[in-house]
Design a protein around this ligand. Structure first.
Ligand code: SAH
Ligand code: SF4
Length: 381
């Protein structure tokens, strides 16, 4: 099988260079070409010796997943469906804001964890994504989002007025932040996600700070501990319920890793985290987890854990069986948390007109789990 250099972090690329008889520092040059210049063709890597370029062309490729379709929301959010082979597709979402541009990356084709309110979970699971397929999403976004600027750069200087460089809708159109909140549970695909994170942080690749890269998990405790040791980026934990009884229903993995142990793992994570708090995500489901009493119970639950709350209004999808909490219910819930001194934000819904909002990503998943009674959806979009 041909070697795909997008599969390698710096360490693995250095070993590969050793294997083909090159000095390890070539890895740095290669990383820059591949990830910073977005170069796919070895012949274009002008500071590499011709012999090396030929050797690379004979043994390796730079092969990101191909884009099947692009949707652009009225609010500027962009969603790409990427082909990951044999009928499977994954989704990547770019969310431009005035002060930052956030890329939401997928880590698996589907998800095996079956959270009841999640469109990805409903679709079942096919496989983990490889490193190239994970980092390829950032590679691709940088390439596409860079295009506008390249075009401007190519115009004669006197034609480049200030106004032409202004970003659409005054929003930042470069990736400044990455969140692993697309399809899949990132910590269930640990090694590949960790290598992709290495590349996001590597100064010769994307050079993002650990604070600007967030892994979101439904709470796989052993993998949270591994992440702390291996690559402690910012952590978001999907809490969604104030007690085990309700969380067991909404997030079934809670039966294996219940709340008390999860919060203890959060405390351990904080010792290495780039921020001094954990972000707790809490989906707002009408009549399920959004009462004032449940907010009070939640306050007690997290009393010992330095944290911030991000309330996520439920994003509907066909046959979900849930409804989004009312604005009043969300505000009431938020006020209880705030009065207890917990910093709480309500996540703005972005891109829901193109099914790009949290939990709406469906991609194309050829399910292998054979779960009964699942809705087949997503492919029609
Ligand atoms: N598997 C990881 C990351 C992907 S999901 C996790 O569960 O944390 C990213 C976030 O979107 C999670 O907090 C998840 O609970 C939330 N989410 C899932 N379905 C949703 C929906 N329909 N509406 C709003 N948020 C949803
Ligand atoms: Fe998987 Fe996260 Fe969806 Fe749960 S919420 S099914 S862990 S992607």
């Amino acid at each position: 099988m041909t070697i795909n250099l997008l599969d390698f972090n710096a360490k693995n690329l250095a070993s590969f260079c050793g294997e083909i008889g090159e000095k390890p520092f070539r890895a740095k040059q290669l990383l820059r070409w591949i990830h910073q210049s977005g170069e796919e063709d070895f012949t274009g890597m002008s500071n590499l010796a011709k012999v090396l370029r030929e050797k690379l062309s004979a043994t390796a490729v730079v092969k990101p997943p191909q884009v099947i379709s692009e949707h652009i929301s009225a609010d500027g959010t962009r969603k790409w469906l990427l082909d990951v082979g044999v009928g499977n597709g994954i989704e990547t979402v770019f969310i431009p804001e005035p002060s930052r541009g956030t890329l939401c990356i997928s880590s698996q084709v589907g998800c095996a964890l079956e959270c009841t309110f999640c469109s990805t979970g409903r679709q079942g699971f096919n496989r983990n994504l490889g490193v190239a397929e994970i980092i390829g999403q950032l590679w691709w976004a940088n390439k596409v989002l860079g295009t506008a600027e390249t075009e401007i750069a190519l115009k004669p200087r006197h034609l480049v007025g200030e106004s032409m460089v202004v970003q659409p809708l005054g929003q930042n159109h470069k990736v400044s932040n990455v969140v692993m909140m697309g399809m899949g549970e990132p910590l269930a695909n640990f090694e590949n996600v960790a290598s992709a994170l290495d590349l996001m942080l590597d100064d010769n690749a994307y050079g993002l700070s650990r604070r600007r890269v967030t892994v979101s998990t439904s709470g796989l405790i052993p993998a949270m501990d591994r992440l702390r040791e291996r690559c402690p980026v910012a952590l978001a934990v999907s809490l969604h319920a104030p007690n085990d009884k309700l969380r067991d229903q909404l997030v079934p993995i809670n039966k294996k890793y219940p709340l008390k142990e999860l919060l203890a793992a959060c405390q351990r994570y904080l010792k290495a985290a780039p921020r001094d708090f954990i972000t707790f995500e809490y989906i707002m489901l009408a009549g399920v987890n959004d009462s004032a009493d449940q907010a009070c119970e939640l306050v007690k639950l997290v009393r010992e854990t330095p944290c911030k709350f991000n309330l996520i209004p439920f994003n509907p999808f066909p046959n979900s069986g849930y409804e989004r909490s009312s604005v009043e219910a969300i505000n009431r819930f938020r006020d209880v948390l705030m009065q207890a001194g917990l910093v709480t934000t309500v996540r703005k819904t972005r891109g829901d007109d193109i099914y790009a909002a949290c939990g709406q990503l469906a991609g194309r998943v050829l399910d292998k789990t054979q779960r009964k009674g699942r809705e087949i959806m997503g492919t029609a979009r």
